[in-house]
Design a protein. Structure first.
Length: 126
């Protein structure tokens, strides 16, 4: 089974946003596994804090971390640990603000958002 992404302007936004987040260049995961310090820089992915389901935070840089595939997969399978990790990383207040923003019904103009993200990508990636 193949998962299909969004199409059109929304799909462009997803691709641009992912490139912006992955440009951070290293995994923002815990940085340690089995007692060893680890810096992952391969197979980087855009990892949303609040689900992409929520339009209000789908392309909010505060709502995403750059993570290696291993860390992303691990936290996807361990939601309790994910929430604990995020609160330790950004703080409870920031987490609650993201939660509130995500759950606020929002209509996004994906064409305008793709223009904004394209400019942001140029700013971040050159």
């Amino acid at each position: 089974m193949t998962l299909k992404g969004a199409k059109g302007a929304k799909g462009r936004c997803d691709r641009l946003f992912s490139e912006i987040v992955r440009a951070r260049g290293t995994c923002e995961g815990p940085g340690h596994w089995r007692g060893r310090v680890v810096v992952h820089t391969r197979q980087l992915q855009c990892c949303h804090i609040m689900s992409r389901t929520f339009s209000a935070t789908r392309t909010d840089e505060a709502n995403a971390l750059c993570m290696c595939a291993y860390c992303h997969f691990y936290f996807t399978a361990h939601p309790v640990e994910w929430t604990e990790f995020i609160i330790s990383k950004i703080g409870r207040a920031a987490y609650e603000l993201l939660y509130q923003k995500a759950h606020t019904p929002t209509k996004v103009n994906w064409v305008q958002e793709s223009v904004r993200l394209k400019a942001r990508k140029t700013e971040v990636c050159g």
